[in-house]
Design a protein around this ligand. Structure first.
Ligand code: AMO
Length: 448
């Protein structure tokens, strides 16, 4: 009977005479004439006891038959005394990556250069088990709330999020672009009458930055919803959604969290995350920075924007004041948001008492010092969008499809997008977002 390594203990306890297991050779150790092979399969590790020297090397794929026996010293509390071995695939002896090594001591470049092998390391693979739970929980929560899942084209005629970071694609003799987001399509699907939609798909940003927070291709967890009045409803929706994701990760990925010495906020804590306006957020970060200066951590210059440093300070503040390092910032000035964002009719005096600034019904979610979400209510008024496009360097004639959505009856609507790799990174405390992408694309990496 073929079993998984995790079931060897119960097979031993039940006194089964023989089981079969198969997997990869994780480790080989010889001790006083006996050979111990640690076998790895999708469920974990198991000890095999062999009487003869093996004729296979690490990472070979084998199937063995033998008797399960209790042994407290073996991983999982049991082992298999092997009677028969079949080598299903022999691995070459010159492994370029030590799969069974301590990856916390391995540099990111080595991990990514040897991606197909580094993904065999159980700790590294656990990142993608957590990621799978996030995706599942995101979809599950929204399906229950009557959302419909959609899949939209990743080839577009133009920009949605700002013109500079587009990848061009040669398309039958003319130029098209890889989608920066499903923004305009998800809005179209709200207006199609579905009203509530979500999409889980890769998007593309030709960012030149090589930072721990940027990928050139990432998975966007997008949603869009009709008949809202302001971004505040979206923030409430995201709190419930994140609370569910955190709960599911805690329930399903206990061992994976343990491997990274990580934990998720409780659902209750996520629901209590504060919302602060952009202006208040700037005051908070400057106060926080000034306070840390008086504690002697060096000179601090004024922060004028919610930059990475500000995101970190806001998270610290939220953890201290509200018990959760998740914070929503809303009401961003117009200049920071894309053309489709709904403006507020009130103006503030400008963060530093300068010229009046138009604010928007927009928000970001910052989790553990990193922006994981952007969202907003959208401008659904056809003539207002026509007026706005040129101010953002966009040509109405290139956006006929989108404009038709607004021209022929579109409800007030809004939505947001969570970066899947960033959320995974922050749940597990990974130092770079690239670690949370199976095959990350950055400026110098399109292989493997
Ligand atoms: P935005 O451009 O802010 O908004 O992206 C939304 C979220 O996607 C993630 N993200 C990234 N992750 C990794 N690498 C990148 N280069 C990268 N860029 C963005 C972040 C970010 O918060 N259409 C809007 C969303 C909306 O309003 O519905 C949009 O795409 O987590």
């Amino acid at each position: 009977m073929r079993v998984l390594t995790k079931d060897i203990l119960s097979a031993a306890e039940e006194g089964k005479a023989e089981v079969e297991v198969s997997g990869w050779v994780h480790r080989i150790r010889e001790l006083g004439g006996v050979v111990f092979v640690i076998l790895r399969d999708r469920s974990g590790l198991a000890q095999l006891v062999l009487q003869e020297k093996p004729d296979f090397s690490l990472e070979s794929v084998i199937a063995v038959k033998g008797t399960p026996a209790l042994n407290e010293k073996a991983p999982g509390g049991a082992e298999i005394r092997v009677k028969e071995i079949r080598v299903l695939s022999r691995a070459a002896g010159d492994l370029p990556f030590q799969v069974n090594g301590d990856v916390s001591k391995t540099g990111l470049e080595a991990i990514l250069d040897n991606r197909v092998l580094s993904l065999r390391n159980p700790k590294i693979r656990s990142i993608f088990k957590v990621q799978a739970t996030i995706v599942e929980a995101f979809a599950e929560y929204l399906r229950k709330a009557d959302f419909t899942e959609i899949k939209t084209s990743k080839l577009t005629a133009g920009s949605t999020e700002g013109g500079t970071n587009l990848f061009e694609v040669e398309y039958f003799g003319h130029k098209v672009y890889l989608a920066q987001s499903p923004q305009l399509y998800k809005e179209a699907m709200v207006a199609s009458g579905l009203e509530r939609v979500f999409e889980i798909a890769p998007v593309y940003r030709a960012e030149k930055h090589d930072t721990p927070r940027h990928l050139n291709e990432y998975v966007s967890l997008d949603l869009e919803i009709g008949f809202i009045e302001s971004e505040k409803e979206l923030i409430e929706l995201e709190k419930g959604l994140l609370a569910h994701i955190f709960d599911e990760v805690a329930r399903k990925n206990g061992k994976d969290l343990e491997a990274w010495n990580a934990s998720v906020p409780s659902a209750l804590a996520a629901e209590k995350a504060p919302t602060v306006s952009y202006d208040d957020a700037l005051k908070i970060v400057n106060d926080e920075a000034a306070n840390s200066k008086t504690k002697g951590s060096g000179a601090v210059s004024r922060i004028f924007d919610i930059n990475p440093e500000a995101e970190r300070l806001l998270s610290d503040w939220s953890l201290r004041e509200h018990g959760v390092d998740l914070v929503f910032v809303n009401r961003f000035p117009r200049r920071y948001r894309p053309f489709y964002t709904y403006p507020l009719d009130t103006e503030n005096s400008g963060a530093d008492g300068g010229a009046p600034v138009t604010l928007t019904m927009s928000f970001d979610a910052i989790f553990r010092g990193l922006e994981i979400t952007s969202g907003s209510r959208r401008q659904h008024d056809y003539s207002a969008v026509l007026e706005t496009l040129p101010k953002f360097g966009l040509k109405p004639e290139n956006m006929a499809g989108y404009l038709a959505v607004l021209k022929y009856g579109c409800p007030p609507h809004g939505g947001f997008a969570i970066g899947l790799e960033r959320l995974t990174q922050k749940i597990l405390g990974l130092s770079s977002v690239k670690e949370a992408s199976l095959f990350p694309r950055d400026r110098k990496r399109v292989e493997p």
